[in-house]
Design a protein around this ligand. Structure first.
Ligand SMILES: [Zn+2]
Length: 68
């Protein structure tokens, strides 16, 4: 990404939170070794994880509010 980067620390912190195995909010299944898919769109970093057990989609967003 050649986009202007916001404070890396905030993003690092966010990534830190997502480092844990994704746990499904619907069935409670913990996807050990599962990963979040990331997509960048309009100053937002969207993380998605699809539960392998029930197919529920968990979505998190990181917004670059201060990127100007
Ligand atoms: Zn699930």
């Amino acid at each position: 990404m050649a986009m202007k980067r916001p404070s890396t620390s905030a993003l690092e912190l966010y990534r830190e939170q997502l480092r844990d195995a994704p746990t499904c909010g619907k069935c409670g299944f913990t996807d050990e070794g599962g990963t979040w898919r990331t997509a960048y769109r309009e100053r937002r970093l969207v993380y998605r994880h699809i539960c392998p057990r029930c197919g529920a989609v968990d979505r998190r967003e990181f917004r670059f509010d201060r990127s100007g």
